[in-house]
Design a protein around this ligand. Structure first.
Ligand code: BTN
Length: 339
């Protein structure tokens, strides 16, 4: 089947977003196409996992109303620092990955302070080569491109600072029970709410660009989220209310940009107290999974480069994130959950 034009698909979604019925005739007139072209667009939306009901004589509607991402609405939630540093907000209906998209723009002159969001990602990427399940319209997939003058060596600890920036935005929205898990996961009740993927382009010594990718689960009831292979939670469940994704995006952009300014001046130090206050494994026994084997120890926090401090037989060792994953050690027979 020939794929319908992305413009028709996104126009159709803008019409259906109100959750009301729209007849085939109305849709055909607005999109300027035939009934059979409308069916193709509907089929392609369904194939991307979007639930669309059709009732004879009434037309088509979504299972519920959705708030589509809108750059003007996001902009209305930005504070003065963000407005000063943000160059552009790009919103895409569908991308393979917002991180990949921004990485492709590195090197284009003036590419700095660019935010890219997508309603869905077809190949969303997580840390350690994992997939980030990214169904349409229910969550947040946001990447920010920032150019650091000091080079990659100056960036130790940036991912932890970005995790704290997200927790600040979540507190502002009223979510108090947020925890951070080294190096940059955000959890609520031991379930993953948000993950961050930092990707660098540039040289270790010279200026380098970083793409900071944030995935944040918002809604709880998307059947496609059943593909997520770890315990997860949506922000709406955590808060017990509906959330505007545009407001959420605006607040996250505010805090990411403010935290970057803070980090450029003083590194991770200004974030360490907050890390300590939210660290879900501080003082707990964990298992680190390293490429060369597993290591068990007690978490003693992080240092000002963002390295994990792990106590083992009286000695404290430092670990940098890379290819390490961390799990709690609860008991010998407890299920092993990779958070
Ligand atoms: C993790 O594994 O915890 C990190 C997940 C990061 C997902 C986000 S979604 C926006 C951006 N684009 C991607 O492909 N990945 C990041």
């Amino acid at each position: 089947m020939l794929k319908p034009e992305m413009n028709s698909v996104s126009t159709m979604m803008k019409i259906l977003a109100d959750g009301q019925f729209h007849s085939g005739t109305e849709l055909g007139q607005t999109l300027g196409c035939t009934r059979s072209a409308i069916w193709k667009v509907i089929d392609s939306l369904r194939a991307s996992g979007i639930e669309i009901y059709s009732v004879r004589g009434k037309g088509y509607r979504l299972s519920s109303q959705i708030e589509l991402l809108d750059s003007d609405k996001i902009y209305s939630h930005l504070d003065s620092i963000a407005k000063q540093h943000l160059q552009k907000i790009e919103i895409h209906f569908e991308l393979p990955s917002t991180n990949t998209h921004l990485l492709e723009t590195v090197g284009i002159s003036g590419s700095n302070g660019v935010v890219c969001l997508a309603e869905q990602q077809t190949t969303g990427r997580g840390r350690r080569g994992r997939t980030w399940v990214s169904p349409f319209g229910g969550n947040l997939y946001l990447s920010l491109l920032w150019r650091f003058a000091g080079g990659a060596v100056q960036l130790a600890g940036l991912s932890l600072a970005m995790a704290i920036a997200i927790t600040r935005a979540l507190h502002e929205l009223g979510l108090d029970s947020v925890a951070v898990k080294w190096p940059n996961d955000i959890l609520v009740s031991n379930q993953k709410l948000s993950g961050i993927l930092l990707e660098l382009a540039g040289e270790a010594s010279g200026p380098c660009s970083v793409v900071i990718g944030v995935g944040l689960n918002v809604q709880a009831s998307n059947t496609e989220m059943s593909a997520v292979d770890q315990p997860w939670i949506g922000l709406e469940s955590g808060l017990g209310r509906r959330v505007s994704r545009n407001e959420l995006a605006g607040r996250i952009i505010n805090h990411l940009l403010a935290a970057i300014q803070e980090f450029e001046l003083d590194g991770l130090t200004p974030f360490l107290e907050e890390w300590k206050a939210h660290d879900c494994y501080a003082g707990k026994e964990v298992m680190l999974h390293l490429p060369e084997g597993d290591i068990r120890g007690v978490v003693r926090g992080v240092d000002n480069t963002g390295a994990l401090l792990l106590a083992q037989a009286g000695e404290v060792r430092r670990f940098h994130s890379g290819e390490i994953s961390m799990r709690p050690v609860v008991g010998p027979d407890s299920p092993r959950v990779d958070l």
